[in-house]
Unconditional design. Structure first.
Length: 514
């Protein structure tokens, strides 16, 4: 029975994380097929990340109260049906809504995966099961871009979602047939106010940053949305302080290491993973590679990250965690700086050094940030600590995509306006900022098209250069914060253990949501 549980959890996790990384290489295809703008592509990523981050912590308490197998099966069902809706989408709005539904289903799956394994396995078998599950998460992340490229090459972008339907049905049947139910008899009530306020705060911040790029920072709607997000965050903190069993125990932040690890992973999500959108657009829309070619060229980053994880884990056992975390973020920041300065007519190999260096930094971070996040608590609260760390990672991706997207639009538009003054430059700048550059160029008279294409490329590269710098600065700031806040004395003694208990519901730390 227990090995069937492992099979069901691994199949579902592989499907979920593979789908996350596959979407990156599909974005340009989605853009062309659905007539999507850059803003739409940002929301294809953010709708998923916001939904997943907003309910991840609450999903664990729902599972404890109503049954972990039940919530896992519900998550599988929602994720599979949402994948079907994504695959059948005929316009950006339907795809964005369906991606948000995927995020809700994914949160239920991730919040219960380790809890199901911890309930099914004991002793040395638990270590084996967790190791196999960890290998599944790493493999799905590493091969995602390549698998996505292959699927799009032989079929279409629709099938990166549609393939989840039969896989999800198989995992669901396996869950009902072989996975046993478990729950916490002492589980408290669901923290509905916390869930609602946190969702408003995160969603409002993401929306405000996104709309600032479209409307300007002084626009009344932008101001109202950002103020609403700030008020919701203050109310969330106040509500969690008064609640007996909150979805987020703010007492965790009494130890500076919790804040340091959380802000470090926020910088990682916003500084590195949020940039994949712009890198994929560069590889496909500027350099002209197809989805498969893009997936192959992203492999150096994922392979370097995968291999460096072992180095980071070993270093974390020999030197202070804050040193390894700061070094990882610093190396990732250097990798982004190495990707700057791409010139018109450049090749993808101009990015290769940055891919490898950045991948090494990210790989070093994953195990050490997890160790720091879980190290401040005993095993009984490992689920909340891990869920908190994953929530900050997802929030970083969502905020990063919105903030860097605004920066990209401002810089790219300004560059085009400076090169082509007047109405023609204004039209091209607006088209490039909204992601509609290729369509705008198609309407330019043939005798001017080549010159305007060069201007558009220069504008795109200026925006890309700016977001690389922004991501690098976020990583370097995270490194400084980690050095200042992560402390050895905050960690619990090793004999207390950090393995998840049956009630724990952490999410995987190896996955880059985008």
């Amino acid at each position: 029975m227990k090995w069937w549980t492992l099979a069901a959890v691994c199949v579902a996790t592989f499907m979920l994380l593979l789908d996350v990384t596959i979407v990156n290489v599909a974005l340009p295809e989605i853009e062309r097929d659905l007539g999507a703008t850059l803003s739409d592509l940002q929301w294809v990523i953010n709708a998923y990340a916001v939904a997943l981050a907003a309910v991840l912590l609450t999903a664990g308490s729902l599972a404890d109260r109503f049954g972990r197998r039940r919530l896992f099966a519900l998550g599988l069902t929602v994720f599979s049906l949402a994948s079907l809706a994504c695959g059948l989408s005929g316009d950006p709005a339907m795809l964005i809504v369906s991606r948000a539904a995927q995020g809700l289903g994914g949160a239920a799956m991730l919040a219960t995966a380790l809890a199901l394994l911890a309930d099914a396995f004991r002793g040395s078998d638990r270590a084996v099961a967790l190791g196999l599950w960890g290998a599944t998460t790493g493999a799905s992340v590493a091969i995602g871009p390549l698998v996505g490229g292959v699927i799009i090459e032989i079929a279409s972008w629709h099938w990166i979602f549609l393939v989840n339907v039969p896989v999800g049905a198989f995992a669901l049947a396996l869950t009902f047939a072989r996975v046993r139910e478990s729950r916490d008899p002492n589980a408290g009530p669901v923290d509905v106010p916390g869930l609602v306020l946190f969702a408003i705060a995160l969603g409002g911040l993401t929306l405000g940053l996104h709309e600032a790029g479209e409307r300007g920072w002084g626009d009344p709607l932008v101001v109202v949305v950002l103020v609403t997000a700030a008020v919701a965050l203050v109310l969330f903190v106040a509500a969690e302080r008064r609640r007996a069993r909150p979805m987020l125990d703010l007492a965790l932040f009494r130890k500076p290491t919790t804040s340091g690890a959380s802000l470090a992973v926020l910088a990682l999500g916003g500084g590195v993973f949020a940039l994949l959108l712009f890198l994929v657009l560069y590889l496909q829309n500027v350099l002209g590679y197809d989805a498969l070619g893009t997936g192959l060229r992203l492999l150096p980053f994922t392979i370097a990250s995968f291999l460096a994880a072992g180095i980071g884990a070993r270093l974390g056992q020999r030197v202070p965690l804050r040193t390894v975390i700061a070094a990882g973020l610093g190396i990732a920041g250097v990798g982004l700086l190495l990707m700057r300065g791409v010139h018109p007519g450049g090749e993808w190999t101009d990015l290769l050094g940055g891919f490898i260096v950045g991948g090494v930094g990210v790989g070093m971070l994953n195990p050490t940030i997890t160790a720091a996040a879980l190290g401040v608590v005993g095993a009984a609260r490992a689920g909340m600590a891990s869920g908190l760390n994953s929530t900050f990672r997802l929030a970083g991706v969502s905020i990063g995509v919105a903030a860097l997207g605004t920066l990209f639009k401002d810089v790219a538009g300004s560059e085009v306006r400076s090169l082509v003054p007047g109405p023609a430059g204004e039209r091209l700048a607006e088209a490039l900022s909204s992601g509609e550059g290729p369509r705008a160029l198609a309407s330019v008279p043939p005798d001017r098209r080549e010159a305007m294409a060069r201007v558009a490329e220069q504008g795109f590269l200026a925006g890309l250069d700016a977001v690389m710098l922004g991501g690098a600065l976020a990583c370097l700031a995270g490194a400084v914060i980690a050095l200042a806040l992560v402390r050895r004395r905050d960690l619990v003694p090793a004999h207390e253990g950090l393995a998840p208990l049956p009630g724990a519901a952490p999410a995987p730390e190896a996955s880059p949501p985008a």
